[in-house]
Each structure stands twice: as structure tokens, then as C-alpha cells.
Design a protein around this ligand. Structure first.
Ligand code: TYD
Length: 229
């Protein structure tokens, strides 16, 4: 007798640079593994050999904003086709450090691209990738849940001040990040069923509690007593 595959889950982490996602991403992946799930941990831009090359260009080479947006979506398409959709079809949990909301926040709110234009690219890049039987041809892949680390841009800037050599985004002035933060807030307003706002100003433990509560509430994880980030 064959056992039915668990339902694939797609979770993205978002937030401005310095919001503190990294350690929690790893901890959430471990929490799913501890409860018997197979996890694909990935990131954007990147996640495939081609998309990682595009990431290096996007983070380090000068280019105009449209080129930047197109590269973000080109990398995403490859990532979806090569990694995300196959993992979801195998019933895995896919956790991605950033996804399309980052393009709306950074290229949209940050660089000044219109959301209509980005929405058209989003539809083009994220449709027709799904592998599951019975999926409508116009189905557009989006995360099942987006954990949005909300932190004032000034606080994130202080945290980043001690960080490594900045990339093209981290080197942007404070007002760029204030716009990016607003972009995330706006995007969250348009998709309240998918977004979970995490108060990233809280202590590390309190942030972890907000994350686990969100996934437990969905019934995706059993209650984790005393689990640590
Ligand atoms: P990030 O995910 O913060 O990785 P690291 O921790 O290694 O710096 O870096 C990715 C950068 O790319 C980040 O500044 C946000 C930016 N970005 C975009 O501008 N658009 C996008 O669509 C994505 C996915 C990321």
C-alpha cells in the first residue's frame, strides 16, 4: 500500500537587509525536519546554478532598473522550474530566503518601478511552472506563507553598519531602505491571507515564538515546547 505524499508547502522569508531573517530560516527548516518533513532550503536571487550566476550579476554589476527587475524574474523562473516545483511535487517543505515580494519592495518601491509592470512580469514568470496534476493552466505559483520581518529602516541600518562589505543593495542610502520597508508593508496589505508580520524589533526568542505560532496555527507543525532559534 502506498502512503500519500504530504502536501508540499512553500514558505518565504522577507524583510529589508538587516532584519535578521537568517538564523530563523535555518531553525524553521530544522523544526520541520524534526517533525519528519523533508525540507528544501533555498534563496533568491539564486537557488540554481544559473540563478546563482544571475545573483552575482545583480548584486555586483551596475545596471539599469529594468535590467535588474528582468534578471530577478529570469532567476526566479529558473528557480521555480528547476527546484521549487519539483520539491513541492515531492511533498517537501520549500523555505526560500526571499521571493517575489522582494522584487516589489526593492525594484518596485526602492527603484521606482510601477507595480502594474512588475505584476505583469510576475504573472509571466510564475505561471505554467506547476507540476502537480489538476493544476489550472493559469495557476500562478506564490508562497503559501510569507514571514515578513518588519523592522524600521534606521534600526536595520544600525545592525548592518557592522556587517561585511556591502553589495549593491546594502550600499544604498537610508531613504532607499525606508522605501523598501514601505514597499513590503504595501505588498502585505494586498495579500493579508499570505503575509504574517513578524515584529523583528523583538528579542530573538520572541521573534522565534512569532514564527512558530504562525506555522502551528496553520497546522503545519505540532506545538514545539521549548524549541530554540
Ligand atoms: P540577501 O538575501 O539579503 O542575502 P545576503 O544575506 O547574502 O546579503 O541579499 C539579496 C539582496 O538582493 C537583498 O539586498 C535584496 C535584493 N533583492 C532584490 O533587490 N530583488 C529581488 O527580487 C530579490 C530576491 C532580492
Amino acid at each position: 500500500m502506498s502512503t500519500a505524499l504530504p502536501k508540499g508547502l512553500f514558505i518565504s522569508f522577507e524583510g529589508i537587509d538587516g532584519a535578521g531573517k537568517s538564523s530563523h530560516i535555518e531553525a524553521l527548516a530544522q523544526a520541520f525536519r524534526d517533525q519528519g518533513r523533508v525540507v528544501t532550503l533555498t534563496r533568491e536571487p539564486g537557488g540554481t546554478p544559473l540563478a546563482e550566476k544571475l545573483r552575482a550579476l545583480m548584486l555586483h554589476d551596475a545596471m539599469d532598473p529594468l535590467t535588474e527587475a528582468l534578471i530577478a524574474f529570469a532567476a526566479r523562473r529558473d528557480h521555480l522550474v528547476q527546484v521549487i516545483e519539483p520539491a513541492l511535487a515531492r511533498g517537501e517543505v520549500v523555505i526560500s530566503d526571499r521571493f517575489t515580494d522582494a522584487t516589489f519592495a526593492y525594484q518596485g518601491a526602492g527603484r521606482g518601478f510601477s507595480w502594474e509592470q512588475l505584476s505583469a512580469l510576475e504573472r509571466m514568470a510564475q505561471t505554467g511552472t506547476a507540476l502537480q496534476a489538476g493544476q489550472a493552466p493559469d495557476f500562478m505559483r506564490e508562497p503559501d506563507m510569507t514571514l515578513w520581518f518588519d523592522l524600521p529602516a534606521e534600526v536595520a541600518a544600525e545592525r548592518l553598519a557592522t556587517a561585511r562589505v556591502p553589495d549593491r543593495f546594502e550600499a544604498q542610502p537610508g531613504e532607499f531602505f525606508a522605501r523598501v520597508a514601505q514597499g513590503y508593508a504595501e505588498r502585505a496589505r494586498t495579500a493579508p491571507q499570505r503575509f504574517v508580520r513578524i515584529d523583528a524589533h523583538a528579542s530573538r526568542h520572541a521573534v522565534w515564538q512569532q514564527i512558530t505560532q504562525a506555522v502551528v496555527r496553520k497546522g503545519w507543525l505540532a506545538i514545539m515546547v521549548g524549541s530554540k532559534p
